[in-house]
Design a protein around this ligand. Structure first.
Ligand code: F0G
Length: 467
């Protein structure tokens, strides 16, 4: 494989020609093809993708950096994708025509001045994956996995989901001319996410169980029906999600931050980011590894308990409960991959309470960018990691904001109206969050009423004094 040059610019994009294989993360068994459940036939552990183009090539880190930068000025569809722009580090489809893309990736890296003041961390950024086409980080993985599903000739793709995966899968299936089957826990996903799946034409089944029950059922289904599963067990998903880290490092001029902090649910995303960091180090794209830390909700803390109670040796499952419904997962499929990347990068794993999540979400909202509740665990977790002195105030920290504010309007409305914790054990304690609430005000439609309200706000609401 020759080193890439920038002469590709302007011409039809080409794909790296090297093939890839699957490798078991447990026993390191390598195979050219994977079974429907993406598990090792020798030991049952999960498979990952190995031997991508760069391993068999002679890629120079500096040549890759300039190639990827140069593609940003290209109008070719493959180059406009913030995922396929980094295709040298992805498994290669057989032809460019197979690629299903919605121009995913290309998400902003924001500085977070108010959260920086709150935590005392001077250089604090948010990598906002909620700015993807369907509003969450899932799109980066879905473009790759959906591409390979179509290439393999599948008519149906399927997933179990807490909402974002289903929205993303339904969109990419629709773009790729495939049918999609969504299994979601009834009453436990936000209307926004559910409505996306409906509009994109998915066959949507609301099952009377939780996410873990949906995923179990999907595992059985793929053994019986010709459907291709697009959960993050599917290693093609994780390959696409690696590009979050590539794009982030590019945005930081390849100067690694000290810490990357990510929410943990089914633990695919942390695994993907960790894999990307290790590959970047191996290729020489970065001189050292950032510490990758995972934050979970206290009520869905399987990884926290797996590390604390079992030393990362076996999974400690939990009965998950949290208002951050995206991460309401008690039996995370990729726990072993996540343990591996935490150990490899020296990251931490923490849990945060429902009140801490609600407060952090309001604080990120007050930055003018917002995010969904699951994403806000990163800021809540950072506060703890600073207190523990694991994160130092002079270090550079990136929070991965995984989903858009618009993904869960019920949470936001209930929070600002003061209803979020009504009737729960947290009700009395939640009054301490009153200063973060901005409830809507109902008024007579008169100028006097609006002016009076404005004057009162000016006097009483401390947050308005910053404006
Ligand atoms: N943040 C958001 C907004 C999510 O939707 C998810 C997962 C996570 C964080 C956790 O990522 O599972 O890779 O550890 N949502 C999945 C779904 C499970 O079905 O949409 P993870």
């Amino acid at each position: 494989m020759p080193s890439p040059t920038i002469s590709e610019k302007g011409s039809e994009p080409t794909l790296p020609q090297a093939t890839f294989r699957f490798r078991c993360i447990g026993c390191a068994w390598v195979t050219p093809s994977a079974a429907q459940d993406f598990r090792c036939s020798q030991c049952g552990n999960l498979l990952e993708i190995t031997d991508p183009a760069w391993r068999s090539g002679s890629f120079q880190a500096s040549a890759l950096k300039s190639l990827w930068r140069d593609r940003r000025s290209s109008n070719a569809s493959l180059d406009r994708s913030g995922v396929w722009r980094f295709r040298e580090l992805l498994p290669a489809p057989q032809s460019v025509q197979n690629v299903i893309t919605l121009r995913e990736g290309n998400t902003p890296l924001y500085d977070l001045p108010q959260s920086s003041r709150i935590t005392g961390v001077n250089r604090l950024y948010g990598k906002h994956q909620g700015m993807n086409p369907t509003g969450s980080f899932k799109d980066a993985g879905m473009t790759v996995a959906a591409t390979f599903a179509r290439q393999a000739g599948y008519r149906w793709v399927a997933c179990a989901s807490t909402g974002n995966t289903s929205a993303s899968m339904a969109a990419y299936a629709a773009r790729g001319g495939m049918c999609s089957l969504v299994l979601v826990p009834e009453g436990k996903i936000s209307w926004s996410k559910l409505s996306q799946a409906l509009d994109y034409g998915a066959l949507t089944c609301q099952l009377r169980t939780d996410f873990d029950g949906c995923l179990r059922l999907l595992q059985e289904l793929v053994q019986r029906a010709p459907v291709y599963q697009l959960n993050s067990i599917n290693p093609f998903r994780l390959e696409g999600q690696k590009t979050l880290a590539l794009e982030l490092l590019e945005q930081l001029d390849w100067q690694p931050p000290d810490h990357i902090i990510v929410p943990g649910g089914n633990l695919g995303n942390s695994s993907a980011i960790g894999k990307a960091l290790l590959e970047m180090l191996e290729i020489g794209l970065i001189p050292r590894l950032p510490k990758l830390s995972v934050i979970q909700a206290e009520g869905a803390n399987a990884l926290v308990r797996t590390l604390r109670e079992a030393g990362g040796k076996h999974l400690v499952s939990v009965q998950a409960e949290t208002r951050a419904t995206a991460i309401r997962i008690g039996n995370p499929a990729s726990w072993q991959k996540a343990v591996n990347v935490l150990q490899a990068t020296g990251g931490a794993c923490e849990q945060v309470s429902e009140l801490e999540i609600a407060q952090a979400k309001a604080e990120i909202g007050a930055e003018g960018i917002g995010c969904e509740p699951a994403s806000a665990v990163t800021l809540a977790g950072l506060k703890k990691l600073v207190k523990q002195d694991f994160v130092k105030r002079d270090e550079t920290v990136v929070l991965v904001l995984t989903g858009s504010l618009l993904k869960d309007p019920d949470f936001t409305m209930e929070f600002h109206r003061g209803d979020l914790f009504k009737g729960t054990v947290l009700e009395s304690e939640s009054v301490k969050l009153d200063r973060f609430r901005h409830p809507p005000v109902v008024l007579d439609a008169t100028l006097e009423a609006v002016i009076r309200t404005l004057e009162q706000a000016e006097k009483s609401d401390p947050t308005h004094s910053n404006v």
